[in-house]
Design a protein around this ligand. Structure first.
Ligand code: IPE
Ligand code: IPE
Ligand code: MG
Length: 238
């Protein structure tokens, strides 16, 4: 594989990378492990990727950790995911804080167990003054639900009868304050968005790879950034 890291122009890295971390279940099957073990390995690989993102001076990484449609999965798998999340933040919060990472949760509160919400709120609070990298955890997130809640929130607060503007909509999204996504990466070989950040992805460059999430390494991230830099973004212009 090419040494993509060396080929990257460090002055033109994407500000916001969003990742659909897919393929944990298939990775587990391939390795004769349980799906939970696949998710566990999927969580373990996050740290080196964050180091790489910080090294590249990327400002925001959004991780799709649980979609609003993932509630369709068996209860046992869902419960194992909340357990993993607790473990992840409990065991890694000092490391996250020391690296200068700020945790943000983008997702709906409804249906999430109180303890899971507390865990993620605690992580947000503990890292609130960090500014090297925002790690935006999209947990119980759905792009359509995000737009709906943004419009409803705006409507609930508005005075007068004007129409909603794009700026007002953006200001009410769960990702308010984050820049638009420049590069979206999906692992696991599927070519779809699966209700991820649909508004925020409008002009993102898309990078799909067959690599299963637990096998994704910094050199794959460098490859995606390198490809991103070699595309021509026109935003509808010439
Ligand atoms: C992605 O991996 C992780 C979550 C959705 C939580 P999957 O669990 O979807 O893995 P596959 O797609 O079944 O391999
Ligand atoms: C998308 O993966 C959601 C996350 C990675 C959290 P899924 O595995 O749920 O997506 P589909 O069902 O294949 O579209
Ligand atoms: Mg999947």
């Amino acid at each position: 594989m090419k040494d993509y890291k060396r080929l990257i122009n460090r002055k033109k890295v994407p500000a916001h990378i969003a990742i659909i971390m897919d393929g944990n279940g298939r990775w587990a099957k391939k390795n004769s492990l349980t799906r939970s073990e696949g998710h566990r390995q999927g969580a373990e690989i996050i740290e080196p990727l964050m180091d790489a993102a910080i090294d590249m001076r990327i400002k925001v990484v959004s991780l799709y950790a649980f979609s609003t449609e993932n509630w369709l999965r068996p209860r046992t798998e869902i419960l194992s995911l909340w357990k993993l999340l607790d473990y992840f933040f409990r065991s890694k919060i000092d490391m996250i804080r020391n690296k200068g990472i700020r945790i943000k949760h983008s997702g709906l509160q409804e249906r999430l167990p109180r303890s899971t919400l507390n865990t993620i709120r605690h992580a947000e609070h503990e890292t609130r003054s960090n500014n090297k990298l925002v790690l935006n955890f999209c947990l119980n997130y759905g792009g359509r639900q995000d737009i709906l809640q943004a419009v409803n929130r705006w409507a609930g607060r508005r005075r007068g009868s004007g129409k909603i503007t794009a700026r007002q909509l953006e200001g009410n999204l769960l990702t308010a304050g984050l820049p638009p996504v420049d590069l979206m990466i999906r692992t696991g070989g599927e070519y779809r968005i699966s209700n991820f950040l649909i508004w925020q992805l409008a002009y993102a460059e898309l990078f799909f790879t067959d690599v299963l999430w637990p096998d994704f390494r910094p050199h794959h991230l460098y490859q995606a950034i390198y490809e991103f830099q070699n595309r021509e973004r026109r935003f509808g212009g010439l």
